[in-house]
Ligand binder design. Structure first.
Ligand code: FES
Ligand code: FES
Length: 169
């Protein structure tokens, strides 16, 4: 089985086809930025993008990702430059322990791809499945709004690797 992750193909044993994508990323490919929280699709810590759409990798079989472009938190930066959402989370100190942060950022990238200028209500609704036990929600919302403005001002989309035309200047 071939998994296309962050713009690169990775060969994975076919025996892992039924394993959760999260386990394959973390245990077989050492992509440990994606976190295990609940293992039941309830917390969002394990969020990755499949063809640009956020999914819970703990409840997604690896086989379901085989024909898709997988993006993890490790794949957002380009040429050493953080993605606008990553930079905004740092700027707004939108984390405490940081355990939810990768999943939050991946969901936020998905949000800004579908709605480049979301209202506060839409941000709250969209991010509802991502839980922060440290309660940094106000700063997370501020970071997403800031990233939204940055992306719109720079005429970039909330792009992900491997997508043609993802960045427009
Ligand atoms: S670890 Fe996947 S949703 Fe919680
Ligand atoms: S920063 Fe600790 S869980 Fe969100």
């Amino acid at each position: 089985m071939i998994l296309s992750i962050n713009g690169k193909d990775h060969r994975v044993d076919d025996k892992s086809a039924g394993e959760p994508l999260l386990d394959v990323l973390r245990n077989h490919l050492q992509l440990t930025g994606t976190k295990y929280g609940c293992g039941e699709g309830q917390c969002g810590a394990c969020t990755v993008l499949l063809d640009g759409t956020p999914v819970r990798s703990c409840i997604t079989p690896a086989s379901a990702a085989a024909q898709k472009k997988i993006t993890t938190i490790e794949g957002l930066e380009r040429n050493g430059q953080l993605h606008a959402v990553q930079a905004a989370f740092l700027k707004h100190d939108a984390m405490q322990c940081g355990y939810c942060t990768a999943g939050m950022i991946m969901s936020a990238v998905g949000l800004l791809r579908s709605d480049p200028n979301p209202t506060d209500a839409h941000i709250v609704r969209y991010m509802n499945g991502n839980i922060c036990r440290c309660g940094t929600y106000p700063r997370i919302i501020a970071a997403i709004k800031d990233a939204s403005a940055t992306l719109r001002n720079s005429h970039e989309t909330a792009s992900v690797p491997g997508e043609p035309g993802g960045v427009r200047r």
